[in-house]
Write a new protein. Sequence first.
Length: 152
Amino acid sequence: MTLRFRYYPARLGRPLYSLGGRSVRPRPIVDVAIVGPGSTRVRSALLDPAADATVFHESTAAAIGIDLAGAPVGHGTVATAGGIVALRYAHMMLRLTDGHERREWLAIVGFPPARLVYPMLGFAGCLQFFGAHFFGDVEEAELTINRLYPGT
């Protein structure tokens, strides 16, 4: 029932003083499969409990066969895109695995046209369905399904 992920060591251009001079920044980045009517793509995405929504660049929608032309539109703040951006929304399946457990669920995902450093697995569409724990001492994140989890 629990998925556990090691943090990804993101390289920095120079040592980070606040991390004791480390030249990598540990980030909770996981591989997620995005399933559409045309195909499935795997993307590395940031687990972000501060993000309101789950978002992937709009090119991901096209790559999996989702036409966003008539999609519902909203706006959101996407930190990695730098401010408020337009989001077009679509329903799709998301799939996570840690190599031991596998979880798949239907999610509403936002697609901004703005470039993203990392797609984000935020509250709506992802973290609303899990208890999330971030263990800084061992640089791991743990997701456990909760009573709202609609998937398999």
